[in-house]
Design a protein around this ligand. Structure first.
Ligand code: GLU
Length: 516
């Protein structure tokens, strides 16, 4: 017989959100926040919301939202609700929710927690300058408008027709709160914060509280720069009689010199940069997770504790705990990312790596725009050659391009030609003669096993040039490499010749010989 448990408290499904502002290229910090939010959501079977906070109309950039969707999607940081996919709490763009905020702001004004302020921006500027000049211990807004009607205020200087609405911060404003990462926190006393601007739009502080409540957000996870704003938000929750969510403030990402990563100074602050540079999304996700999160600890077969820095999003999410986050500003170390990128490149199956390289190669003109099946098959063979040492997807172009040029017109780089010695013509002649003795078919039985394989190509060239002519391998194969690829550096030479085939190889050598 089965019994139904009497009254098990139903666990509330966690609902978390990332709330970027579309003010230009998405910041890498947005992906960082999304990643940690999502790790918790996926571990607990919750919902992840993408909300676009576009109330700052002066800094709004039209194309920024599309870039945001694109880059987060590229990283696999997918949201369950958002402006593009919709959801039960739509709309998910704050500019489309002005009607939602209005009654909340009205309630605050009616209850005396908020007031109109008609001070012009010039007056506020002068007030600030004066406070700085006199080193006044009192800073912030002086509440000139508090308790006044519009008519009363209009009699005084520094009046502006369209008012803002401000919070009336009480003397006993609670400044302490619990943070899931940092424990008990204390923030400085806030100023009479503007909650509705003169253009009628709410400020971030108002909109964030209303939306987090309306959208049922249970955990507010955001950057540490918002710690000082939290007391304002807590007041708004209290005044409006709304339950508070839990808070977690993630550490800020920093440069090696401890400065904050900024889009103005650091190209790597732009999320689009990583894609342009040829990083794999899974490497970037792993890298971002390690910024502030420890490696995975395992016990090896000898019972020794080992740490593993390479892990997937799934592993990260499965073991996720807020308490493991180190709140001390993690250093954004690109050398580490480069290393991780190499690790992930080598883990990819060759055909998958070739598919990821293709758009970059077409962009660079290394591979023709609509490659044929044969050209794609060749790309897979070349990819296998370059995979062991490739660090960025964008570094493949120079190595791959020589495989897609006409055999009788291989462009030869200046530096490759400059390093040739006087004996280059004789070396190339000897190479041609040696290779003519290697037959066409790979593994050819008729040629006594002297088919067109890289082993046979290498054996033929070594015996003709190194043993036959007594050349050092570097001088023997340098001119051959130049003839084949036109470059000083190329993928492994004998394997390259195998991929090109016998005819193409000989044409390349002969054309080059004629140019000497
Ligand atoms: N719109 C804010 C930002 O861009 C979001 C802060 C928050 O998550 O509360 O940083």
């Amino acid at each position: 017989m089965t019994t139904t448990p009497a009254s098990e408290p139903s666990a509330i499904t966690p609902r978390l959100r990332v709330a970027p502002s579309p003010t230009g290229d998405p910041h890498v910090g947005t992906a960082y926040m999304a990643l940690f939010n999502l790790a918790f959501v996926r571990k607990h079977g919750g919902r992840f919301v993408l909300r676009v906070e576009d109330t700052d109309r002066a800094r709004f950039r039209e194309d920024s939202e599309a870039q945001l969707f694109d880059t987060l999607d590229w990283l696999g940081l997918n949201w369950d609700e958002g402006p593009d996919v919709g959801g039960p709490y739509a709309p998910y763009r704050q500019s489309e929710r002005l009607d939602t905020y209005a009654p909340y702001i009205e309630r605050l004004i009616e209850s005396g927690h908020a007031y109109y302020c008609w001070c012009s921006s010039e007056r506020l500027r002068e007030l600030r300058a004066e406070q700085e000049r006199s080193k006044s211990p009192v800073t912030g807004y002086d509440r000139l408008c508090h308790g006044m009607t519009k008519e009363q205020r209009a009699e005084l200087p520094g009046f502006s027709e369209t008012p803002v609405v401000r919070m009336l911060i009480p003397d006993d404003v609670p400044l302490e709160f619990d943070d899931l990462i940092r424990g008990r926190l204390k923030a400085p006393r806030p100023d009479d914060q503007v909650i509705r601007k003169a253009d009628g739009f709410p400020t971030y502080h108002m909109a964030v509280v209303v939306d987090d409540h309306e959208m049922g957000i249970t955990h507010v996870v955001r950057g540490e720069e918002w710690i000082s704003s939290t007391p304002k938000h807590l007041l708004l929750y209290r005044w409006l009689g709304l339950p508070e969510p839990k808070f977690a403030h993630m550490p800020l990402l920093r440069n090696a010199n401890k400065s904050k990563i900024s889009k103005r100074k650091n190209p790597e602050a732009r999320l689009t940069w990583f894609r342009e540079q040829g990083y794999l999304p899974e490497a970037l996700v792993n890298f971002l997770a390690l910024l502030g999160y420890p490696p995975i600890v395992e016990t090896d077969e000898n019972g020794e504790r080992t740490e593993r820095e390479v892990f997937s999003f799934r592993e990260f999410s499965e073991g996720f705990e807020w308490s493991k986050i180190n709140p001390v500003g993690p250093i954004f170390d690109l050398t580490k990312l480069d290393w991780l990128n190499g690790v992930y490149i080598r883990e990819l199956p060759v055909n998958e790596l070739a598919a990821r390289l293709l758009p970059h190669l077409i962009d660079e003109g290394a591979v023709p725009p609509n490659p044929t099946m044969a050209e794609l098959a060749r790309l897979e063979s070349v990819t296998a050659l370059i995979q062991p040492r490739l660090t960025h997807l964008t570094k493949a172009g120079a190595l791959v391009a020589p495989f897609y040029v006409p055999d009788d017109a291989v462009p030869v780089d200046e530096d490759a030609r400059a390093q040739l010695k006087d004996d280059a013509p004789q070396v190339v002649d000897a190479a041609i003669e040696a290779l003519e003795g290697v037959s066409t078919a790979p593994g050819d039985v008729f040629g006594e096993g002297r088919g067109w394989t890289h082993e046979n190509i290498e054996a033929a060239l070594r015996s003709a040039l190194v043993e036959g002519k007594g050349l050092k391998p570097k001088f023997a194969f340098g001119p051959v490499r130049t003839a084949i690829s036109g470059k000083k550096v190329s993928p492994p030479l004998f394997e390259s010749m195998q991929i090109l085939g016998r005819d193409a190889t000989l044409t390349r050598l002969k054309t080059f010989r004629a140019s000497l």
